[in-house]
Design a protein around this ligand. Structure first.
Ligand code: GDR
Length: 342
């Protein structure tokens, strides 16, 4: 049985990756922050399973800044594969929280590489890079050779982390891969990312639980895929003979406005009656359009995206509708207009 260690296991990608590895006979260890609330966790279905939790799925507490605790966990587990998914992943919040973002995302990755260098049996490392490293690219679609031109503290931190992974691979022979991940969404997405925020609002408005949706830039264009596909790409990257970098994207671009239109259509609503713009939600700078060319991942890994943009937005909106309907109005909406200012 192979052993995998996942930092950031409670996030969208971490939870799908845990599901994927457990179905593929792995023993899975997750690193969680002291402050992570496990109560409403995306891992709840695994905690409930007596054949999984504390049998093939184990959690360990450590912050990314706590090198001693991390080193102890890494040495104790001696994983075959290490998926480093933890970090501050909200691009907008990286402007007011620039130092924290760079410390967790850039220096956090360097710290992990340093621990790996000292390990006797070195695990294979997957690092999720981001399309944000390209910022305002000069070529479309982007590929693994497109120059980095990040436009946010988050993009800068990811550009550093991506490059330092390559440097450690080349200098120290570590099996370390970057996956350049374009936006990937699902019903498990955090409520302050735009896909979930919009789909949740459309469902809540339909149910009479919310009256309006406040958004920032509707013209931004992104390449949005389905998160479980990207998690499969992470695993495939580590199953190759040689460590390399791969870009994961659908190759299609859509605007935030199109996303709003699809989500509200799924609920038979006209979005123009409910959506308000708030300039404070616009970022100081951001990529206007990003679209990726995943040919290398398709040819070398046999990777393919499985879900169209419309199917994805329908899936998230309908899942929100069902879960909000079940909850009724008892639970306050954290994705509602009163709270969600990101
Ligand atoms: P992004 O995702 O920044 O691309 O990063 P996000 O969903 O936050 O934004 C996508 C686009 O929507 C615009 N937007 C808004 N965004 C948010 N969050 N809230 C709003 O109200 C809003 N209104 C408009 C944004 O300006 C942006 O253009 C995601 C993250 O998962 C990163 O960690 C990852 O690296 C990249 O995708 C690839």
């Amino acid at each position: 049985m192979k052993l995998a260690l996942i930092t950031g296991i409670t996030g969208q990608d971490g939870s799908y990756l845990a599901d994927y590895l457990l179905t593929n006979d792995y023993e899975v260890h997750g690193v969680v922050r002291r402050t992570s609330s496990l109560e409403r966790s995306r891992l709840a279905h695994l905690f409930k399973n007596p054949d999984i939790y504390n049998k093939r799925l184990f959690l360990h507490y450590a912050d990314l800044e706590d090198i001693t605790a991390l080193r102890r966990i890494f040495l104790g587990i001696q994983a075959d594969e290490l998926y480093h998914l933890a970090g501050q992943s909200h691009v907008g919040l990286s402007f007011p929280m620039a130092e924290m973002t760079c410390d967790l995302t850039a220096i956090g990755t360097l710290r992990l590489l340093e621990i790996m260098r000292d390990m006797p049996g070195k695990p294979r490392l997957f690092h999720p890079s981001s399309s944000e490293i390209f910022g305002q690219p000069k070529s479309f679609p982007q590929n693994e050779d497109t120059p980095y031109l990040p436009t946010s503290p988050y993009g800068c931190a990811k550009a550093f982390a991506t490059q330092i992974v390559k440097v450690y691979r080349d200098c120290y022979g570590l099996f370390a891969c970057n996956g350049i991940m374009y936006n990937h969404e699902s019903p498990r997405r955090g409520e302050n990312f735009v896909s979930r925020k919009i789909c949740r609002a459309a469902a809540a408005i339909k149910l009479g639980l919310q009256s309006k949706l406040v958004l920032g830039n509707l013209d931004a264009e992104r390449d949005w895929g389905y998160a479980p596909d990207y998690v499969r790409g992470m695993w495939l990257s580590l199953q190759q003979q040689k460590a390399d970098d791969y870009l994961f994207a659908t190759g299609e671009t859509h605007s935030v406005r199109e996303l709003v239109d699809l989500a509200f259509n799924a609920m038979d609503l006209k979005w123009e009656s409910y959506v308000e713009l708030d300039t404070t939600l616009f970022r100081p700078s951001e990529p206007l359009r990003l679209v990726g060319n995943a040919s290398k991942a398709k040819h070398e890994l046999g990777w393919m995206p499985s879900c169209s943009f419309q199917e994805l937005i329908n899936l998230i909106t309908r899942t929100e509708f069902d879960s909000l309907q079940q909850l009724g109005s008892e639970r306050p909406l954290s994705g509602g207009i009163a709270f969600n200012r990101t």
